[in-house]
Design a protein around this ligand. Structure first.
Ligand code: HEM
Length: 501
């Protein structure tokens, strides 16, 4: 009874006390939970990106100034050296990451949402690259369509023909240079290599007669324009007087390419049946006829396939020749291999896989003294890179040159074939980039470099004039790493039979 009597009271008491206790405990519990969630979110989201501080906008101003003043390549090295493998800076006031850590570089190259590049729209318009061509085309759908034409032109049957064309062109140019004599000759090597690489591109992709010297000079000015304008502030383009000379340089090459296209069109009209093998220019012209590509895109695409070699390979091979001149023991090894594999005949496709020392040498040269040492991308989606939040729209510079100085290599800061004697996992060495926006010409480029080097080295040994070597010549380190051509960059070609006497 007592129990029965006390039960309602007990029930009442518990009914009042339990919610009170519960509400007292819930508040701190909820608070704790809230704090935990915030902490978790913060720790997930923000490992703060290293780099200079914003500091009322002074940080962005200084970093942008540094890029304009030092050049993209030099400024990227400066920041990676100072802050590590992932750095946040600003270009044009836009957040920009400079990445040299291989895990992060590979992440960006692999993913489909980094297939755009960045750069001043005015600059790209001025040089014809805005939404046209491939190299700095930042419209994903037009870029993708255009890239398929490049991919077709730079693989398959063309790749098979590349070596023969390269050997033929190199021999022709050496003969022209020497005028039939087998004498020691002083050579403006960069100019010489530009002419060869342009001629090979013409033989493979266009096949119309052209004036090499004139086009080479225009290609050089076009490249200077591209690199000078790419990061300029918008205000620069308001003053026509300031960028008039750049506009002219771009226009000159565009006009020359337009003329070549007209010649090609005429030739196609005159030819009754098509050549057995089609080429890049013919494919572009047909694509234009069928309304798949615009005339501007056709002209720009042809322009870009013609400049790709002279802008990259000629300087790469120049650096290789300087390295050969500086390292006679390496030259000896390469030459012995060439002689064992090819004997007295010209190099052929089947030989290439046997020229292992040459391949190691080319790779080590591109690692130690790269020409294309940075590449520029843009994030098209939010993403996490190595634990850092990267927002959509962030600019990205992949610092490949610095990534290639990784401790993985036996002697990262020295030129040594030992760096490639053990096989190097691809993730540590990406001279042509990787993934959907990688260098579409990488196979052709390797074949051309091998073909030019073998053909030249079989006939000549090279000496560098004026005591020039890789360490003491002056460079420009901006869109690419290349010699400053206000200095004399001659080399002497000495015929092998005379050098041995
Ligand atoms: C892009 C390196 C020669 C055509 C690139 C990129 C690199 C590179 C690093 C940027 C890749 C990226 O963003 O991931 C080189 C080197 C060369 C060379 C080191 C020679 C030593 C060539 C040649 C051609 C070529 C001979 C064509 C004939 C291209 C094109 C792109 C490109 C069209 C732009 C691809 C795109 O944006 O979709 N190259 N390249 N390259 N390269 Fe090369």
């Amino acid at each position: 009874n007592l129990l029965q009597m006390s039960q309602p009271a007990f029930q009442n008491a518990t009914a009042e006390v339990v919610p009170r206790m519960a509400s007292r405990a819930t508040v701190p519990l909820l608070l704790l939970l809230g704090l935990l969630l915030i902490f978790l979110k913060l720790s997930q989201k923000k490992a703060t990106l290293p780099g200079p501080s914003f500091c009322l906008g002074i940080g962005p101003l200084i970093s942008y100034g540094r890029f304009l003043w030092m050049g993209i390549g030099s400024a990227s090295n400066y920041y990676n050296e100072k802050y590590g493998g992932i750095v946040r800076v600003w270009i044009h006031g836009e957040e920009t990451l400079i990445i040299s850590r291989s895990s992060a570089v590979n992440h960006v190259m692999k993913k489909g949402h980094y297939i755009s590049r960045f750069g001043s729209k005015h600059a790209l318009q001025c040089i014809g690259m805005n939404e046209n061509g491939i190299i700095f085309n930042n419209n994903p759908s037009i870029w993708k369509q255009t890239r398929s034409y490049f991919a077709k032109a730079l693989t398959g049957p063309i790749l098979q023909r590349t070596l023969a064309m390269t050997v033929e062109s190199t021999r022709d140019h050496l003969e022209k240079l020497l005028g039939g004599n087998n004498n020691t000759t002083k050579v403006d090597v960069l100019l010489f290599l530009r002419a060869i690489t342009l001629d090979i591109a013409n033989r493979l992709f266009l096949r119309v007669p052209l004036h090499e010297g004139e086009i080479v000079a225009k290609v050089q000015k076009y490249f200077d324009t591209w690199q000078s304008l790419l990061l300029k502030p918008d205000i620069f383009f308001k003053f026509k007087c300031m960028y008039k000379k750049y506009e002219k340089a771009a226009q000159d090459l565009q006009d020359a390419v337009e003329e070549l296209l007209l010649k090609k069109q005429q030739e196609l009209r005159d030819t009754e049946k098509l050549h057995d093998i089609t080429d890049f220019a013919t494919d572009l012209i047909f694509a234009q006829t069928h309304g798949e590509l615009t005339p501007d895109n056709v002209r720009q695409s042809l322009l870009e396939i013609l400049i790709a070699g002279p802008d990259t390979m000629s300087v790469s091979i120049y650096f290789m020749l300087l390295l050969i001149a500086q390292h006679p023991e390496v030259e000896k090894k390469i030459l012995e291999e060439i002689q064992t594999v090819t004997g007295k005949r010209e190099v052929q496709n089947n030989d290439l896989q046997q020229l292992k020392i040459l391949e190691n040498f080319i790779n080590e040269s591109m690692r130690y003294q790269p020409v294309v040492d940075i590449t520029m991308r843009k994030a098209l989606k939010d993403d996490m890179i190595d634990g850092f939040l990267v927002k959509k729209g962030t600019n990205i510079i992949l610092n490949l040159g610095r990534m290639h100085k990784d401790d993985f290599f036996l002697k990262p800061y020295e030129f040594s074939l030992e760096n490639f004697t053990q096989s190097v996992p691809h993730c540590y060495f990406r001279p042509f980039g990787f993934g959907p926006r990688s260098c579409v010409g990488k196979y052709v480029a390797m074949v051309m470099m091998k073909g030019i080097l073998v053909t030249m080295l079989k006939q000549f040994t090279v000496h560098s004039d004026n005591g020039n070597n890789l360490q003491n010549i002056k460079y420009i380190h901006h869109l690419s790493f290349h010699p400053n051509e206000s200095q004399t960059l001659q080399m002497t070609f000495i015929p092998r039979n005379q050098a041995e006497d």
